[in-house]
Design a protein around this ligand. Structure first.
Ligand code: G4P
Length: 548
């Protein structure tokens, strides 16, 4: 009979929904999504490689390294990366470890690419901070940490290169606390350094892991000695052990004990010592990441917070990249899944365009290859083919209108005017710059007066990348000339009339429209910006903007 059949169906639907929510909850719990932040040369590439080795995602050391230096054919993502030997492009690597799915988001270390790096950090749930123990806190470390702080991202710290002469460990912690304003909770403590580096003492487990140099593969088992008072130790390294005992006493007295809640709140960082190149101390970091770092959490959207375990799919694009692999001449939008389950062949709603799209050939990024995605959950990064309709910050859902927030654009510090040698190529120039602008490779401003296009960047190397890509991908031979512009600010004003007055005033000649259609003020100097701000107190000048 009809009534009971409908009731049966309802129960069935209810039961299958339950299975699905249980599955989603289980999968979300298994996920860890993190990025590595460091100053160039601290050892990020080396550490990435060792993490992949440990997980079994790659078998041989040298794979990631080769990609960085461009020695490897599949790694030549961009010509410029090869020439410079720096990592221009950030990538995503997924691997499994201890029944967890780990998504490691690589961030370009070169300071000229900081804007891209910043946005990658909006897609992670925790960060691993690598510090060269010989150098301590460096400029880029500070900047990146400040970005993590915007979202209170929990941070695990790795003090690297203990096989070299380093600075005093207590002094390093002191510097972290005073410069980065973050509490340090040492979890391991080094025994000696440089030629006398003996290993680390695990403060929570009361065991000593003996250092062995040169582990190219992951199977290297470490010798462990239980207990700091173990007579075996005193026999092995009488000098270092006395020093260690003294330091451990100091550490217990002076530093913070590890506290999970403080770590999760971004107030405290657990600190590990080791040597990435020697594969030493790396397993401890991976374990900390799985045991302590948070899985995917709730994400703020314009209308409400979205929980990772909600059944409907949602996510946002945090990065767009072209021609990652010359074999596929395409552009890929990197989307962080925020909730639900992505399934192959699924229809998604593109919220900015208010349009349903069927996305085929969605890829996932394994350590050494890309593969078709069968399914993905919160925390995972999937690559959507982008035919020019996606921008950084775009949100996708199964229908609900929610725009994820907190994906920033930063006001550029460097400016150029784009000109071309062959005027017939003007269309290609505009198309190229439009696409590169959407990708976030460079910011493009169209002044309200005049026909020149102004390029803005956070670092000057971006211009070289853009020039090279214009030539290779769009066949446009462009020259970038200096301009008199020194800074840019996005403009907003609640009072429509005041804004119109501003546009009509002499300052209005300095206005421009960016690639996403936002109004910006291009100042010729710091003084000019300040005077304009003073003259127009009702107008707000923003140094960052969010997705339109
Ligand atoms: P990055 O990605 O943060 O820029 O750093 P990367 O891993 O490329 O490391 C920078 C340099 O530091 C490399 O040396 C690397 O071998 C070295 N390094 C990394 N970890 C350790 C460590 O634990 N101990 C020591 N002693 N060195 C380490 P390079 O000479 O610039 O490159 P390469 O010739 O070794 O490839």
């Amino acid at each position: 009979d009809l009534a009971s059949a409908t009731a049966d169906e309802a129960t069935e639907a209810g039961a299958s929904r339950k299975v699905s929510t249980d599955l989603i909850a289980r999968e979300v719990k298994r996920r860890r999504t993190f990025g590595i932040i460091s100053h160039p040369d601290a050892g990020k590439t080396t550490l990435t490689e060792k993490l992949l080795l440990f997980s079994g995602a790659i078998q041989l050391a040298g794979t990631v390294k080769a990609r960085k230096s461009g020695r490897h054919a599949t790694s030549d993502w961009m010509e410029i990366e090869k020439q410079r030997g720096i990592s221009v492009a950030s990538s995503v690597m997924q691997f499994e470890y201890r029944d967890h799915v780990v998504n490691l988001l690589d961030t370009p270390g070169h300071q000229d690419f900081s804007e891209d790096t910043y946005r990658v950090l909006t897609a992670v749930d925790s960060a691993l901070m690598v510090i060269d123990a010989a150098k301590g806190v460096e400029e880029q470390t500070i900047k990146l940490l400040n970005v993590c702080r915007m979202r209170n991202t929990p941070i695990i710290t790795f003090m690297n290169k203990l096989d070299r002469e380093t600075r005093d460990s207590l002094e390093l912690l002191d510097e972290l606390e005073s410069v980065l304003k973050i509490q340090c909770a040492p979890v391991t403590w080094p025994i000696g350094m440089g030629k006398n580096f003996r290993g680390v003492y695990h403060l929570l487990r009361d065991e000593i892991m003996l250092f062995k140099a040169g582990e190219e593969r992951a199977n290297g088992s470490v010798e462990i000695i239980k207990g700091i008072d173990n007579p075996k130790l005193a026999e092995m390294f009488p000098l270092e052990i006395e020093q260690l005992k003294m330091e451990v006493e100091l550490v217990h007295g002076a530093s913070h004990p590890f506290n999970l809640d403080d770590f999760l709140a971004g107030i405290q960082t657990p600190v590990f010592f080791g040597s990435a190149i020697n594969n030493f101390g790396v397993r401890e970091i991976l374990d900390a990441l799985l045991d302590w770092a948070p899985g995917p959490g709730g994400r703020d959207a314009t209308v409400r917070e979205v929980k990772p375990t909600e059944e409907p799919f949602s996510g946002f694009v945090f990065k767009i990249q072209a021609n990652m692999d010359p074999a596929h001449r395409d552009r890929i939008a990197f989307l962080r899944v925020c909730s639900g389950r992505f399934e192959r062949g699924m229809k998604l709603k593109h919220l900015r365009l208010n349009r349903e799209i069927k996305v085929s050939s969605v890829v996932t990024f394994m350590a050494s290859s890309r593969e078709q995605v069968e399914e993905a959950y919160a925390g995972d990064i999937i690559g959507l083919p982008n035919h020019g309709n996606m921008q950084i910050g775009d949100s996708f859902s199964e229908g609900e209108m929610l725009q994820f927030t907190g994906i920033p654009y930063f006001a550029p510090d460097f400016f150029r005017v784009a000109r071309i040698r062959n005027p017939l190529k003007i269309k290609q120039l505009h198309k190229g710059l439009q696409q590169l602008g959407e990708e976030g490779a460079v910011q493009v401003f169209k002044p309200v007066t005049g026909s020149d296009l102004i390029l803005g960047a956070v670092g000057v190397l971006q211009f070289e990348v853009v020039a090279s890509r214009l030539l290779n991908e769009y066949g446009v031979d462009a020259v970038f000339e200096g301009t008199s512009i020194s800074s840019a600010r996005w403009i907003s004003c609640d009072d429509k009339k005041k804004l119109a007055d501003f546009e009509k005033s002499s300052a209005g000649a300095n206005l421009a429209i960016d690639a996403a259609g936002n109004l910006a003020y291009l100042a010729s100097s710091g003084v000019n910006l300040r005077l304009t701000q003073e003259r127009w107190p009702e107008i707000t000048f923003h140094a960052t903007r969010e997705h339109a």
